[in-house]
Design a protein around this ligand. Sequence first.
Ligand SMILES: *Cc1c(COP(=O)(O)O)cnc(C)c1O
Length: 380
Amino acid sequence: MTSPRARTPGAADLPIRDDLRGRDPYGAPQIDVPVRLNTNENPHPPSPRLVRALADAVERAAGSLNRYPDRDAVELRKDLADYLGHGVTADQVWAANGSNEIIQQILQVFGGPGRTALGFEPSYSMHPTIARVSGTEWINADRDADFGIDPQGAIGAIHRHRPDVIFLTSPNNPTGTALPLAVVQEILAVAPGMVVVDEAYAEFRRQGTPSALSLLPGNPRLIVTRTMSKAFAMAGTRLGYLAADPAVLEALLLVRLPYHLSTVTQVVARTAIAHREELLAAVGAIREERDALVGWLRGEGFAVADSDANFVLFGRFGDRGRVWRGLLDKGVLVREVGPPEWLRVTVGLPEEMAVFRTALAEVMGAEVMGETACERDETA
Ligand SMILES: *Cc1c(COP(=O)(O)O)cnc(C)c1O
């Protein structure tokens, strides 16, 4: 496959930090194809009514753009706290430009040179990437065969490495796996530093899967991160947030850039939250579409990881790059990510999923005809 890496020309010739030499930038391909199922966005654009409301809110804010924004985004944080529920208050909520910036701020305060962060892979690649960029050493502890986290193994790794920051992603990207709260609690009990539960996909959890928000009382070193990029259908807004003890927010103020959240971002996010009923309306349908997709893939003989998110990890492929390319040739972009024999597909609109199913069946048919090394999982 092609690897469309946007390397800065000649960066290697510049006096960049030694620890950044030879590193690749984040590079999910942004390819203009009819069916984009590669970055876990909500496929529903805002309605004309919401577009109008967003434009009106920006117009009202535009008259004061000569002034810096509210540095502490107080009103937005109240709205986010109200949305989160679980008794979370505005002084426990912090917001930034995407949860990636939230993660960066966390690592700037609690990680850094001489410190370590530990995660359970396969998981979200930005955790190790942002760790390294912040000078934090990254430690990987493996997930088990079904992509869960074995508490005994996790506790052993924590005792061995004494990490300053632990990342738990639930539901996990790219596997879709949600963690039982008991596992989070066992890890909290032995963690020497901060524990971050990245809940970017929380709204897509299957019924009965609890949120780590319920663990906040009594756990002052727990941070739960969320985003408006996925279920909230606002990836373009760049708004991520966290809930934690107010002392954590006090610490984050040490590293945040002044006025990091623009006035425009704040009003757009607040308007989106005010219209959350509309924005989140599709979540139920996306979950149903996901469960149907899992069933279909298993019926076709693929191995499929259980998913509490808006994407599905499926395999196993002897050469996943060929399948990825075959789908792309049919106008369907999925993601080559995670363990080497698997691909990840985001749940899109019903008609997009129909195109995906047809394309995948055709690609697999061609693979079989070509006698290539593509194994269907016999046990699935
Ligand atoms: C998509 C994603 C994020 C989101 O990032 P934003 O910067 O808020 O768009 C965070 N964590 C995980 C695990 C994700 O998959």
